[in-house]
Design a protein around this ligand. Structure first.
Ligand SMILES: Nc1nc2c(ncn2[C@@H]2O[C@H](COP(=O)(O)OP(=O)(O)OP(=O)(O)O)[C@@H](O)[C@H]2O)c(=O)[nH]1
Length: 733
């Protein structure tokens, strides 16, 4: 339980960054396997504070830290620089373990694979979670060996920051360079820890120089060592002008002394520190304009008076901007200066919300639904269902993936497999969740706010509602400029109307409900058009000839073809403009202004003068398409509904008689005990208000189900009636 809660904790904030899959790949999952109990039980592990005694309140505070207090960091370096040893010390000082693990004794927490313990090297990344001074730190110890570079890369993708551990006697080594470049690639803010300051040959200056030269990074010296190699006993904190000395009697390094540097007791050290601090301030001011303004304004007379917090905030910004790298030093093996490293991790490395990921989205909260009640949960494992709030770009039916690159990689993989199999497989589709099939709206009506001033609020409300409900479509009537709602039925649009009032506090008026007709053509026609206009000193000339004919296969958008006579070179630049013109023209048919479907447009000739704008090309093509559609035999298509009425036997006759009056076509009457089920088709235009009528003629005993079957050509008589009705309405308007 304890372990799984820790996994939750590791994954929690990654969920917030949509990175759960990646984190699941880390070694912490292996810890759940029963075959490795000795790994956790062999050492003295202190419980995570608050998890003992089933104290739910404190448990929440542990697994739900505010995002600003979370640090997801990795430790990376050349092999043997001391990452695992440093991690061991970190876990010990943060209270996670009760004794110090040793790589050389093979009893570290993070190197728990048998091979790692035998060889004293890290092979797989291991994740651990601990708290430090109110911060939650999720830390990944990554392998240093070149053979496991991929493992490092896999980890870097999920990190918000990293600590690069360097052997102070060796400086930047080959693998440091590799992992540094990987971190550059993923834009990971870093701090450098110069480890092994106790080792013979350790040189702070040399190591710093190698950062500058080999990594081409700007080191920000936040500390100076007190002694080197055998004489190393602590560090100077340049930012706070303090010395930190580790008690030589304390074998675990927990006790240390932090003292301000004073003129009286440490004149030399103080002088050196003040000089280093001024150099640091100048360096940061050079990289951060906000800090430069502060320094040059208030503190221009004496940089040294600048408060430590102001400097720390600016260092944090510079680190985040990847323009410089804070440098600290210490000795993990000798238990010196690990605590200030922990302070620096929380102070200078970013929280997940500060990182500018190229996301689609960020999930802020996860909720478990219980009808209209929601319970916030910290994380979710694969296979479960939960709700999330606050998504800004996502609409119903979208699939969220951990990152653009992972989606791209998966799609490419699927495409390769598809090509290999030489057949149209639906692999790519399988990468996406089923989503929702969005039915075409069959009704529409205009909607108006109570005043013009409220139009932007209405637009916003409709935008939000559309994301939730993709079956709702919103258009602008090009003639009247009115907003038009297109939906699935009377009830659908009424509910939308009601929601706009309740949820957005907007009073709106709906126009009469209208059926969404379509149009098509029954014969071919050909037309030409020319547009010759001079705008300013530019001449725009387009001449086009095209043909429209009934499409061979049903298609809601026009199929566009190009005759051989049309120059391919010309098309290269103008094809998009031509196609826009065709599509725009087909949005409004010549009879009712309804969309055109099942039509093929062939471009026979295209002449364009150089310098003609794309808008002019589109306009000319659009006008020509409208012309050719007018010439052809036109046909209105109406939505035909599939209807199922369940009615008691005694009321069957009035139902059938009523349907006959509605141009209904009964296909079948089934018997269901005392009930009869009438199955058939009826035009949508005839079925408006049907529920009231059905209730009346069956004394409320019948029920019905209605759904769109297809769009069907109206017979000439009905079409004429409709057209004269519409022209009457239009004339009245
Ligand atoms: N003198 C000295 N030795 C150290 C220090 N830190 C680690 N070591 C030693 O360096 C060796 C490597 O230490 P690890 O902690 O395993 O280094 P690592 O970077 O995790 O190594 P890989 O995981 O294999 O890349 C071990 O023998 C440690 O005892 C230190 O501060 N000073």
């Amino acid at each position: 339980m304890l372990t799984s809660l820790r996994i939750f904790a590791v994954n929690r904030q990654k969920m917030s960054s949509l990175y759960i899959n990646n984190m699941c790949g880390c070694k912490i999952t292996t810890r759940l396997r029963p075959s490795k109990p000795d790994v956790l039980l062999g050492k003295h592990y202190s419980s995570l504070p608050g998890l003992i005694g089933n104290d739910i309140k404190s448990l929440h505070s542990i697994i739900n830290p505010p995002i600003a207090k979370i640090r997801n960091i990795g430790i990376m370096a050349h092999i043997d620089a001391g990452k695992t040893t440093t991690t061991e010390r970190i876990l010990y000082y943060s209270g996670y373990t009760r004794s110090l693990g040793d790589v050389d004794d093979g009893d570290t927490v993070t190197d728990f694979m048998a091979q790692e313990r035998e060889r004293g090297i890290t092979i797989q990344s291991a994740a651990v979670t601990f708290d430090w001074k109110g911060y939650r730190v999720n830390l990944i110890d990554t392998p240093g060996h070149v053979d496991f570079t991929l493992e490092v890369e896999r980890c870097l993708r999920v990190l918000d920051g990293a600590v690069a551990v360097l052997d102070a006697s060796a400086g930047v080594e080959a693998q440091t360079l590799t992992v540094w470049r990987q971190a550059d690639k993923h834009k990971i803010p870093r701090i450098c820890f110069l480890n092994k300051m106790d080792k013979t040959g350790a040189s702070f200056k040399y190591a710093v120089e190698s950062i500058r030269e080999k990594l081409k990074a700007k080191p920000l010296l936040l500390q100076l060592p007190i002694g080197e190699a055998k004489t190393f006993k602590g560090v100077i904190d340049i930012v706070n002008k303090e010395k930190l000395l580790w008690n030589s009697n304390s074998d675990d390094g927990k006790d240390f002394e932090r003292k301000p540097l004073l003129e009286k007791s440490d004149p030399e050290l103080l002088k050196e520190t003040v000089e280093a601090r001024i150099a640091l301030i100048e360096q940061v001011a050079d990289l951060d304009d906000e800090f430069a303004d502060l320094v040059l304004g208030k503190f221009s007379e004496n940089f040294d008076l600048l408060p430590a917090e102001k400097l720390q905030t600016a260092i944090h910004r510079v680190t985040l901007a990847l323009t410089a790298v804070p440098v600290l030093c210490g000795s993990a093996l000798k238990n010196k200066a690990i605590q200030p490293l922990l302070d620096a991790i929380t102070m200078y490395l970013p929280s997940p919300e500060e990182r500018n990921y190229d996301f689609l989205e960020k999930i802020s909260r996860l909720l478990l639904p219980f009808a209209d009640q929601h319970i916030e949960i910290p994380s979710l494992t694969a296979g479960n269902i939960a709700l999330t709030v606050g998504l800004k770009q996502t609409a119903t039916g979208d699939t969220l993936v951990s990152s653009k690159s992972s989606a791209l990689a998966a799609a490419q993989r699927a495409k390769r497999r598809e090509e290999k199999q030489q057949r149209q497989s639906c692999e790519v589709e399988r990468l996406l969740l089923a989503g929702v099939e969005i039915p075409e709206p069959v009704f529409f009506c205009t909607i108006e706010p109570s005043s013009w001033a409220k139009q932007p609020d209405l637009d916003h409300a409709l935008k939000c509602l559309q994301r939730e409900d993709p079956s709702l479509k919103v258009k602008l009537d090009p003639d009247s400029g009115q907003t038009v709602l297109c939906g699935m039925g009377e009830l659908h649009l009424e509910i939308i109307h009601d929601r706009i009032k309740r949820e957005y506090g907007l009073e709106t008026y709906l126009g009469p409900l209208q059926v969404a007709y379509r149009e098509t053509i029954m014969s071919s026609a050909r037309a030409t058009d020319t547009l010759d206009r001079t705008l300013g000193d530019k001449q725009h000339f387009v001449s086009v000839e095209l043909e429209a004919r009934p499409g061979e296969t049903p298609s809601v958008t026009p199929v566009i073809e190009y005759a051989k006579s049309v120059s391919r070179d010309l098309l290269k630049d103008s094809q998009e403009a031509v196609e826009n013109g065709v599509h725009n023209a087909c949005l409004q048919g010549p009879l009712l202004g309804s969309p055109i479907q099942d039509v093929t447009i062939t471009l026979h000739s295209l002449v364009i003068h150089p310098g003609t704008s794309a808008t002019m090309i589109s306009a000319c093509v659009s006008r020509c398409v409208q012309k050719v559609l007018k010439k052809a035999d036109k046909q209105i298509l109406e939505p035909l509904m599939h209807l199922e009425v369940t009615v008691p036997r005694d009321f069957l006759s009035p139902v059938l008689a009523d349907l006959a009056q509605r141009r209904g076509n009964v296909q079948e009457i089934q018997t269901r005990q005392y009930n009869r089920v009438v199955i058939g088709f009826v035009p949508l235009a005839e079925i408006m208000g049907y529920s009231t009528v059905l209730r009346t003629i069956t004394s409320g005993s019948a029920t019905f189900v209605l759904e769109l079957s297809t769009y069907r050509a109206m017979n000439p008589q009905d079409q004429n009636t409709l057209l004269s009705q519409k022209s009457g309405t239009m004339a009245r308007k």
